[in-house]
Design a protein around this ligand. Structure first.
Ligand SMILES: [Zn+2]
Length: 413
């Protein structure tokens, strides 16, 4: 690698950190994590750069990153270069939005997350819903039948923690068989209320995460493994711990001391966190574990686990219906109530959950694509490299490589 490229990238990386923290002064959701020197944070606060100044500095750095001879560098350096470039371009777009610029959903998704979300028509979801209609008992609309069916699978409040802790222990044990985790890693779970999300991982640095679980609405049994794998192992907690250990601490790449929420990195983070569920429990292993351990702990009839997960699998296929509601709502072609009604009808959410989801759209906007499109892109990327479900060793290897590298969405395709 050429020494001037390394010097240039490291200098721009320092600018990047300052810029992300500066945007955080205007947008309280923007800085998802920062564990670099507190002094930089204090300087940024004291300076409180205007949006216009942030934009000028970001665009200067972007221009400097148009390096002609980057293609000769080793792959990891090229990835680092792409990472800085795309993250800065996304930051620039977010600054424009904060300044009042209005853009349509798809354009926003591309500008912030380096990805183009697909569009699905109602007929796509209708097919999946008809299939669910065929296997769900009871009378009424599919949404009502689904709601009724799920009632037996609500985790009683007093059993939430024991069920979650048990799922976490299992996911951690399985992840550790394939990924070397930092020696000091750990996390704490808190149960909270009145949030627009259902769960959140706050990464604090030094291998520590605070995971918050929103208990406003009923929590169904599938959330235990979801939360344990998505927020914990091998999801966000592991992703952040590995980036910190491998890129920030070992290589000294300061851009990995900060995490900008509305940025391409989030598609990789949410995509790997969601795909991580089937990595940690390939094939029928999830249902086996749930039958043996979680259902009894939650006081549920374990003989119903297979049926529950058969329905759940179909339900997950409706995930893109959420994107359609977000697109309509944010583009102004649907009101809040219409978007909520669409979520009830095509994403089979309960009316309360659908209202909560529209509040998520208010704050996080096109961020919704990161979950389902992220998962699909990550899955395709890993499977193309031989990481299929029948080759768990290879799958873990590719997964682990991806979450320890600066690769971004356009680098997956
Ligand atoms: Zn997440």
């Amino acid at each position: 690698m050429s020494p001037d490229i390394t010097t240039t990238l490291s200098r721009i990386a320092e600018t990047y950190v300052t810029l992300v923290l500066s945007v955080g002064q205007h947008d309280e959701s923007y800085v998802d994590a920062y564990y670099g020197p507190p002094q930089i944070q204090e300087e940024v606060k004291a300076e409180k750069k205007s949006l216009a100044d942030i934009k000028v500095t970001a665009e200067k750095a972007i221009k400097e990153l148009q390096l002609p001879d980057i293609g000769k560098e080793e792959e990891i350096i090229q990835l680092r270069h792409q990472y800085l470039l795309k993250q800065l371009q996304s930051l620039d777009a977010r600054v424009e939005m904060l300044g009042g610029k209005k853009i349509f959903f798809d354009e926003e998704a591309r500008a912030l997350y380096d990805a183009i979300p697909p569009t699905f028509r109602e007929s796509h979801f209708q097919g999946i819903i008809s299939e669910m209609d065929g296997i769900l008992p009871g009378k009424g609309s599919v949404s009502e039948k689904y709601d009724e069916f799920k009632k037996e699978f609500i985790i009683p409040k007093d059993k939430l923690d024991v069920v979650f802790q048990s799922a976490i222990i299992e996911c951690r044990k399985r992840t550790k068989e394939y990924i070397e985790l930092p020696a000091n890693e750990s996390f704490t779970i808190e149960y909270v209320n009145n949030k627009p999300w259902s769960g959140y991982n706050w990464y604090k640095g030094n291998g520590f995460s605070l995971i918050q679980m929103n208990t406003d609405l009923p929590i169904y049994i599938d959330r235990a493994v979801d939360l344990a794998a998505h927020e914990g192992y091998p999801g966000h907690h592991v992703y952040n711990s590995l980036l910190e250990a491998n890129l920030y601490r070992k290589r000294g790449w300061v851009e990995f001391s900060v995490y900008a929420l509305f940025s391409p990195q989030s598609l990789i983070a949410e995509g790997t966190a969601n795909f991580g569920i089937e990595v940690v429990f390939p094939g029928a292993e999830r249902v086996e574990f749930e039958k043996k351990t979680l259902f009894p702990l939650a006081g549920m009839d374990a003989t119903k686990a297979e049926k529950y997960y058969k329905v759940h699998e179909l339900f997950l296929k409706l995930a893109y219906a959420g994107n359609e509601a977000a697109r309509g709502y944010l583009n102004g072609t649907m009101t809040r109530d219409e978007a909520a009604a669409w979520l009830v009808k095509y994403a089979l959410m309960s009316p309360d959950r659908a209202q909560q989801r529209t509040r998520f759209f208010d704050t996080y906007r096109s961020y919704v694509i990161n979950y389902n499109l992220g998962q699909d892109l990550v899955k395709q990327y890993i499977e193309k490299r031989g990481g299929n479900s029948d080759n768990p060793q290879k799958r873990w290897e590719e997964f682990s490589k991806l979450i320890s590298s600066p690769r971004l969405p356009s680098g997956l395709v």
